[in-house]
Design a binder for this molecule. Structure first.
Ligand SMILES: Cc1cc2nc3c(=O)[nH]c(=O)nc-3n(C[C@H](O)[C@H](O)[C@H](O)COP(=O)(O)OP(=O)(O)OC[C@H]3O[C@@H](n4cnc5c(N)ncnc54)[C@H](O)[C@@H]3O)c2cc1C
Length: 416
């Protein structure tokens, strides 16, 4: 038997994936997965999509069958929070008072929704945030046809909830303080496309609008939001989706380096060589330019878990991965590959003003560095290849929809 004793804090996407990966790679030492939720690890993406829509059950959210954890001798502690880490003694103290010792510790604590600065508004019974299954279970009974839903924040979660709400017949107003939707994630062309789609589906999208105050009724519920323009918006439910705060306090209290997430090296090791961090909470160096990044996505959590599993088993390898992400809204699937934040050219393939299918390629110094694809898995498959290969493609060819995705792929392969 291995003398290693691995403890994972956080039984979410990354923690669950890591536990399974360690066993499948042959780790036979003690393995404990500590999670403060009342569930085995489950997938969060369906929460704001099929689960809220009522088209997916709680069981279907589970990443792996519960029996797997017993079969693989993974000691899962549910409803249990890690309270502190003693790095000298190499122990973790749990909320039930138990003390676990470790030889290697992995922190996979994810994040929590950023709260509105208005404290009372956050505390009202009809104001919701979305991160956990329990959040959706609490919110779902309010999703009745005709109910007036105000969404604060035009990011992915706000837009996905707007899509579900419209499909369920709610009356939706979405307030975004910035000039455009999805401002952190994409370019203005794609933002404008999603504004159009939501408008077509009946969402009242208000850009450059924030909540200044609110009025609470006798029930204790928020009944009216007052915008910074002075408009009174009557509401039955409020959903706040204004970003994520990494759960890094445990690491910070243990003296690990923390700066908008737990800072790790290319092998996802923290400033303590016995402790690693993965998933939404980890801020890691970009393999290309070394800049520290935190990525909030399932592929990132999953691939970091697999990378760290190898490292823990004595085969250290740097985390090098091509970021990708998706979002489903109405009948529209958006797929993103690469990071578009440093582009100097945007190439449109298709028509943005009509229909629901197009591709946007981001170029940097002529190299394809990222792409946003809507409604075309074939284009996405090609885009992944182009970004992975750091391909140099003539923008005129990229934009030409007479050239099929397959031909585009062949042309690039020929010059690569
Ligand atoms: C509504 C929603 C929709 C999403 N949609 C998409 C999508 O379409 N595509 C995509 O790629 N990504 C999507 N994401 C993001 C994706 O789910 C996350 O990137 C992923 O879950 C990150 O995994 P993680 O393990 O780092 O964090 P989590 O999955 O959040 O897991 C962290 C776990 O640690 C627990 N924890 C925290 N502190 C402690 C403690 N002290 N002790 C014990 N346990 C603790 C948390 O409660 C949680 O259970 C979505 C997220 C949400 C919320």
């Amino acid at each position: 038997m291995s003398s290693e004793d691995i403890v994972i804090i956080g039984a979410g996407q990354a923690g669950g994936e890591l536990a399974a990966a360690l066993r499948s790679l042959g780790y036979d030492g003690r393995l404990t997965l500590v999670g403060n939720e009342a569930s085995y690890p489950y997938a969060r993406p369906p929460l704001s999509k099929a689960y809220l829509l009522g088209k997916c059950s709680a069981e279907e959210l589970l990443i792996r069958a519960p029996a797997m954890y017993d079969q693989q001798n993974i000691n899962v502690r549910m409803n249990t929070a890690a309270r502190s880490i003693d790095r000298k003694a190499k122990t973790v103290t749990l909320s039930n008072g138990e003390v676990l010792s470790y030889s290697k510790l992995v922190i996979a604590t994810g994040g929590r929704p950023r709260q509105l600065p208005v404290r009372e508004l956050s505390g009202a019974a009809n104001v919701f945030y979305v991160r956990t299954r329990a959040d959706i279970d609490r919110m779902r009974p309010y999703f009745a046809p005709g109910a007036r839903l105000a969404i604060i924040g035009g990011g992915f979660i706000g837009l996905e909830v707007a899509s579900v709400a419209r499909q369920l017949g709610l009356d939706v107003t979405l307030l975004e303080s910035q000039q455009r939707l999805l401002a952190r994630a994409t370019c203005p062309l794609v933002s404008e496309f999603f504004r159009r789609i939501h408008h077509e589906e009946g969402v009242d999208v208000r850009l450059q609008t924030s909540v200044q105050s609110y009025l609470v009724g006798q029930s204790g519920n928020v009944e009216t939001l007052v915008s910074d323009g002075g408009e009174h918006i009557r509401v039955d439910i409020v959903l706040v989706g204004i970003g994520l705060v990494p759960n890094s306090e445990l690491a910070e209290a243990a003296g690990l380096e923390v700066e908008n997430g737990i800072v790790v090296d290319e092998c996802l090791r923290t400033s303590d060589p016995a402790i690693y961090a993965i998933g939404d909470v980890a801020r890691f160096p970009d393999a290309g330019n070394g800049a520290l990044r935190r990525i909030e996505s399932v592929p990132n959590a999953t691939e970091q878990a697999r990378t760290v599993a190898e490292t823990l088993l004595g085969r250290p390898r740097p985390y090098i991965s091509l970021p990708w992400f998706w979002s489903d809204q109405y009948d529209v699937k958006l797929q993103i590959v690469g990071l578009s934040d440093e582009h100097d050219q945007v190439v449109l393939r298709g028509d943005l003003t009509n229909g629901r299918k197009f591709a946007i390629y981001y170029l940097r110094n002529g190299v394809v560095s990222a792409a946003d694809i809507v409604g075309s898995p074939q284009d996405f498959a090609v885009a992944r290849k182009l970004v992975a290969a750091a391909a140099v493609v003539d923008p005129v060819i990229l934009a030409d929809t007479r050239i099929t995705p397959r031909d585009l792929s062949r042309m690039v392969a020929a010059v690569a």
